[in-house]
Design a protein around this ligand. Structure first.
Ligand SMILES: Nc1ncnc2c1ncn2[C@@H]1O[C@H](COP(=O)(O)OP(=O)(O)OP(=O)(O)O)[C@@H](O)[C@H]1O
Length: 287
């Protein structure tokens, strides 16, 4: 693991703070010993291969999954011990752009962005109109306000979802694979938009992706996870200069090296295979 001290860049207060977090499903940890911090105004990237546990960490940050061990704090609130009311209060200060960025198909673009304002504030119509148009302007889609969701492209839909995610001026925005399925220009535009929103709103941003190029163009600090642990951390320049073979292979997309391609064959898989192998002749006889 590359030994680089955390918080190489510290522009503001810590908004999200993981200390030795172990995250996973049921009793099974996907990632263990995760130390991670995101500060106000910072764009932090969490990199990792397919299935490395990035979404699992995001679910832990939203309180959807409780940490199996360690401490996960958002706005100083310990998520492991938070009541439902406290979790709701934390989530109201947080915007999440989900991988699918699902919009409500029965609402037009304007109403999609207005939705959280109508749900969580007492704003009047004039203030809602002004806020929604301002957020749509920030993502370059003010002129698309009246369009139905069936009339916009996939890339535009992602930007509308982004405008909706920041409608309540969140202090923390979590992005789950914001570049997935976008063409190179839309990717670049989305990346600049994430940076712009972080600078403009002063929010803390955690970007979950396996796209090194796009994320490094806008990132202050990055973490690389793999093989169930934190493999490396640092500024993009520090990671690019790393001699660690795992970091080097991941950053350069090389097919050979320590980054595993195969999903591990667990004892549960071996037991399933033994059962299937025993059943196969019986199936044949039964024919
Ligand atoms: N609901 C679930 N229950 C049990 N295991 C799960 C669940 N969701 C994901 N996993 C497992 O957790 C591991 C990490 O998955 P996760 O979705 O966090 O990875 P990821 O890094 O986000 O992957 P990708 O980049 O492919 O989206 C995988 O081995 C996956 O099989």
């Amino acid at each position: 693991m590359t030994a680089i001290p955390p918080s190489a860049k510290a522009p503001g207060d810590v908004v999200l703070d993981f200390a030795q977090v172990c995250a996973g499903y049921g009793e099974t940890p996907v990632l263990a010993g995760i130390d991670l911090a995101v500060r106000r105004g910072q764009v932090v990237t969490l990199l990792g291969g397919s299935g490395s546990g990035k979404t699992t960490l995001l679910r832990t940050a939203t309180g959807q999954l409780r940490p199996l061990a360690g401490t996960a704090r958002v706005f100083g609130q310990d998520l492991a011990t938070a009541s439902q009311t406290q979790l709701t209060a934390v989530r109201q200060r947080m915007g999440v752009l989900f991988q699918q960025g699902a919009l409500f198909t029965d609402l037009d673009v304007f109403e999609n962005v207005a939705f959280p304002l109508r749900e969580h504030t007492r704003m009047g119509e004039a203030e809602i109109r002004e806020t929604v148009l301002d957020k749509l302007h920030a993502v370059g889609l003010r002129g698309a306000a009246a369009l139905r969701t069936s009339e916009i492209s996939g890339g535009m839909a992602r930007r509308v979802a982004l405008a909706r995610a920041v409608a309540l001026n969140p202090e923390l925005v979590l992005y789950d694979e914001p570049f997935a399925g976008l063409d190179p220009i839309s990717m670049g535009v989305t990346a600049q938009l994430i940076r712009h929103l972080a600078d403009h709103l002063g929010c803390a941003s955690l970007l979950i992706t396996h796209d090194v190029r796009e994320s490094f163009a806008i990132t202050d600090y990055a973490y690389l996870v793999g093989q169930g642990e934190l493999k490396a951390q640092g500024t993009p320049a520090e990671l690019e200069a790393s001699a660690d073979p795992y970091v080097h292979q991941f950053l350069h997309g090389e097919p050979d090296g320590p980054v595993a391609f195969h999903y591990p064959e667990t004892p549960a898989f071996e037991a399933w295979l033994a059962r299937e192998t025993r059943r196969a002749p019986a199936r044949k006889e039964g024919r």
